[in-house]
Design a protein around this ligand. Structure first.
Ligand SMILES: Nc1ncnc2c1ncn2[C@@H]1O[C@H](COP(=O)(O)OP(=O)(O)OP(=O)(O)O)[C@@H](O)[C@H]1O
Length: 373
């Protein structure tokens, strides 16, 4: 097994698009790292650069103590000692399962007897020990993906690269394979780099999660750290469906720009300077309760500043996923006790908000319509 290090890696496509910008990432030997990020953020580009299908424009990549990419030098993928599994089960239909798994060993000229043993061992690892003679066409999606995994593992890779490897599978099969994948890779002590667009999957499997945006690393952290302390408003939005809003921070707390939201100082975390800023409110930090009376605009005249209208209310195992329209602000909350109905008026209070500094260019002056929450 081996570590993977990227130092100042930049990749610019011939079209001029920046795929990766100044990436510094060190994956320890035996670590499971998940790459997350919005569509087009550079996840696949990063994985393919580590794999050797793309050559960085600048920077260095090391696998173990070997430099595999640096200015003017790129070791081809087949010589990097990697195993790879992609979203589409790349299993050759005209070969039986055993032959599919045997392929990397035949290609590297491993002797027949050793190949037989290793194929058997790899199929046993993924729970397909009786499937060597099966025609891939007779397998389920999950079984075909296990064949792909066995073929990646048979060559005893130093690092396993997974590109949306479970994404084409339906639940609950996907859930089962997630469990198997973690058990297997931890037992083998494999270094894993796993690209996924599934936030829960990344958080569930990884020792550390990397969030990318526009080819840049936004945050590297353990799943629990990242959930509790997202490094930017973007990470909070992307990872936790946080609501973000700009405004002014002062000793009196936060006052939103053009919105009645006020958050008391004791409920603010993060950057504590005064001036223009952005806050992120996680869904679990919004508290709602049925509004008293008819709520909202009293007889069409009095505006009740901390009341909102329920736009949607989805049932969830960990609480109801509720979206509110609060004076034009779409606010997402997770309500454990109360499942409101669409159109209902509720009172809103914010238990915690995380403050982020704003770049001066995008700072906005607040229009204050204070409401004490
Ligand atoms: N071959 C290419 N030529 C030019 N630009 C490319 C190429 N491949 C990707 N890009 C661009 O590089 C950026 C990163 O793309 P990439 O496929 O790595 O994103 P991603 O995070 O994997 O996205 P998704 O989740 O949609 O698969 C995007 O702006 C994309 O349009």
């Amino acid at each position: 097994m081996a570590s993977v290090s990227l130092d100042s890696v930049t990749l610019r496509y011939p079209s001029g698009t920046v795929g990766l910008a100044d990436i510094d990432l060190h994956i320890a030997d035996g670590e499971f790292v998940a790459l997350l990020g919005p569509s087009g953020s550079g996840k696949t580009t990063l994985l393919r650069t580590v794999a050797g299908f793309l050559t960085p424009t600048a920077g260095t990549i090391r696998i173990g103590d070997r430099t595999v990419a640096e200015a003017g030098k790129s070791v081809p993928p087949e010589l990097r000692g990697l195993g790879m599994v992609f979203q589409q089960h790349a299993v050759w239909p005209h070969w039986n399962v055993g032959r599919n798994v045997d392929y990397p060993l035949r290609r590297s000229g491993v002797a027949r007897r050793e190949r037989t043993e290793r194929v058997e061992k790899a199929l046993t690892l993924v729970g397909l020990e009786d499937f060597a003679r099966r025609d891939p066409a007779t397998l389920s999606g999950g079984q075909r993906q296990r064949v792909a995994l066995a073929r990646a593992l048979v060559a005893e890779p130093r690092v396993l690269l997974l590109d949306e490897a479970l994404s084409a599978l339906d639940e609950p099969l996907r859930d089962r394979l997630r469990i198997e994948l973690q058990a297997l890779t931890r037992r083998m002590g494999l270094t894993v780099l796993h690209v996924t667009h599934d936030r829960d999957e990344a958080l569930a499997l990884a020792d550390r999660v990397v969030v990318l945006d526009s080819g840049r690393i936004q945050q590297i952290a353990t799943p629990s750290e990242m959930l509790a302390r997202p490094a930017s408003a973007l990470v909070a939005r992307f990872l936790s469906d946080a609501t973000t809003i700009t405004g002014m921070s002062s000793a009196d707390g936060f006052a939103a720009a053009g919105h009645p939201l006020i958050v008391q100082p004791s409920r603010l975390e993060g950057v504590r300077s005064t001036g223009s800023c952005e806050i992120a409110i996680l869904p679990e930090d919004v508290e709602i309760a049925p509004a008293s009376g008819s709520g909202g605009r009293d007889a069409g005249t009095r505006f009740v500043a901390n009341e909102a209208t329920v736009v949607s209310s989805l049932f969830g195992r960990d609480g109801n996923d509720v979206v509110l329209d609060w004076d034009g602000l779409s606010l997402r909350c997770r309500s454990r006790s109360h499942r409101p109905v669409v159109g209902e008026r509720v009172t809103v209070s914010v238990a915690r908000a995380i403050v982020y500094a704003l770049a001066p260019a995008v700072a906005t002056e607040p229009t204050l319509e204070p409401a004490q929450l």
